[in-house]
Design a protein around this ligand. Sequence first.
Ligand code: ADP
Ligand code: ZN
Ligand code: ZN
Length: 816
Amino acid sequence: MPYFIEVVLPLALSKTFTYQVSEAEYQYIQKGMRVAVPFGKSKIYTGLVIDLHQNPPVLYQAKEIHQILDEIPVVNELQIAHWKWIADYYMCSVGEVFKSALPTGFLLESETIISAAKETEIDAKELSDSEFLIYQALQQQSSLKVDDIIAVLGKKNVFPILNAMLAKKALVLQEEVSEKYKPKLTRYIRLQEEFLQQEQLSELMEILSRAQKQRELVLHYFQLQAKERKPVSVKKLLETSGSTSAVVKSLVDKEIFEEYYIAEDRVAFEKDDDLSFNLSSAQQKAFDEINASFEENAVTLLHGVTASGKTEIYIKLIEDYIESGKQVLYLLPEIALTTQLVTRLTAYFGNQVAVFHSKYSNNERVEVWNQVLHNSEKAKIVIGARSALFLPFNDLGLIVIDEEHEQTFKQFDPAPRYHARDAAIVLAAQHKARVLLGSATPSLETYFNVKAGKYGLVELFERYGNVVLPEIYLVDLKDKYKRKRMTGHFSDELLEVMSESLGKGEQVILFQNRRGYSPFVECMTCGHVPQCPSCDVSLTYYKFKNQLRCHYCGHSIANPTHCHACQSVDLSTKGFGTEQIELELKTLFPNKVIGRMDQDTTRGKYGYEKIIDAFKNQEIDILVGTQMLAKGLHFDNVTLVGVMNADNMLNQPDFRSHERAYQMMMQVAGRAGRSEKRGKVMIQTYNPYHNIIQQVVSNDYAGMFKEQLYDRHNFKYPPYYRLIKLTQKHRDFDKLKEGSLWLYNVLVQQLQIPVLGPEEPAISRIRNEYIRTILIKIPTQQHLGNTKKTIQKVLNSFEAIAQYRAIKVTINVDNY
Ligand code: ADP
Ligand code: ZN
Ligand code: ZN
């Protein structure tokens, strides 16, 4: 009987693949181990074993695996089940989930390396043009990857050419699989066994009587050992003794010292023991209610106003769960923006916390992966953004999802396009764990689930330490402009409260949800607006660099001196962004230090941290920024928050724009007055009577919820309907138009539910690709799985049509 394994490859293929193994391999292999397998003509991939069986594949001859890469499974069965759910629900392949779940260090590279065959004499005249190009490239470089060759030739289909050259013995191939992850090793030193007894010490000193330095170092080693009672690293030994590595070496040579190596964890945190605190009575009450709610509900929402001390409640809960031996996952929308919180948690829990960070190196991620896999004391609590969900937890007790309303929990590109909050709830169910969702401005979906009795609810409506919520004032911009009370984009009222706060040495935050100087430049003679040549957007003006730049593809040009359409020099900038506000502030408050926080100023590795630290240390008086400012930051000395213009948030072409505008304004407002002094928030707007703005002023979440829900129901949106968005892209406008219409028509025929489109989105071309979207609205009472199956069938037939094959289709389930 032959033996087979079922393997997932890190590719967008819906199938798993069957490989043949020997009986010995079959006995050895377990589900969740990785294997290197051949695929296609010459590729080697790292695959994941998800099953073992004895059924030969029907449609193809099973290949043999190249090698087994693990001694124990690196992926557990809970994960495999969870990934299958993600693939199924978000309509992608398990391979895509596998690929994005594993640190790349675990996905062995199969790099086909090609070199010129040294022994063969080549007559260049006998080579075709393509062959000659490859031959030439290999004269300059001793070896090239297949990918390099594709670039050299400018086409994908290079295998036949390479095969032909191989046949002529002009090339040699070299398949190389290499483990990427190398644990970082630390060199330690210890005495050879024979000297370990106390009596041997004098003997040892005797031996070293004529080697003064060596003797001193051995004595020092004893002291260090006695004091620290832990292994002594060479580094530590040298640092504390002032001795040299030459001395260490002679002791090793004399077989007095012995060297050994321990894999060191790259990321270590110092625990600060002075951070203990007690919950306030309101926090304690919420804490007790959460625990009570967990008795009945797997998922509970903590709806707590900004600065109510939700973090402290999380900390106490986490403490209980890890004490009972469970693992805890703490999900955050973005790690980079929440360094304050990460610092707080790591300081409190010390080395029990592992941070899973996209900025971490591969090695660091592999380390966290292994710690979680072995349920190590070092990673009892994992803090991370959405991808931390894929770690090999085997005993999760609690998942905390902080700022659960944040849209960054939804992955856009590439697949899997999952929502981390929703996928976390499924993961928790597999572990029989509890989920705590936390927010001052819960998403409509979550609150809807609370109302429907699916989730528990705990409310905390007072700020910690008797701090009161800020007062919110509105400024009517229409009126201010009419009465000429504006200086640049600042109303007299905003300037007045700013001067007042700054005069008292307090800090100010200004929010403007656009970066750059102006979103566009307009010709006053003919109305022409410079556009990006590859995208369907106007170029944003940057005054400092005197440039126009595309926010979608990064294309930039020098700021034109005249209109490219009519040659007029009468050009004017329209609208404003953070850069313009910053410049105005410099003239309005010449003696104050102005900071700016947006995508343009936070690019470097510690971009955010630098600005946040400077503001925290009060080196900056006024901080202007985009929505980055709305993310859970805590600054004691900020008493005033100004919203420069509330209207562009309200006028987005998106069914969630009102909900988002509310959340964003409430969150930014929440940065004001977080300690003793009561904060002020001033919102400048052309629509002071807009319902959302009124709801912000009166802190009326319930009112906002009710009204938005009514709209969602009327216009067939979530939570009453589930959305699946199909996005199609192609460089050829007409082909795309035709293809998307075909797809739309067939979908309408096959599905008896609302299908909208095919629509040209607000930005209908990016990087020279035209875009069309189709939106499918599925009533929640309809069977989702069957609908998805039908959609998948239609997409399969679409792909089978030759002339549409080049149209890329992406599927986004629960589109955000
Ligand atoms: P939220 O996350 O709800 O916006 P935070 O957790 O940031 O609020 O708390 C706001 C501030 O109050 C922080 O500076 C925090 O350290 C402090 N704080 C909250 N609860 C306590 C407590 N029980 N003991 C001491 N300080 C607390
Ligand atoms: Zn013009
Ligand atoms: Zn562009």
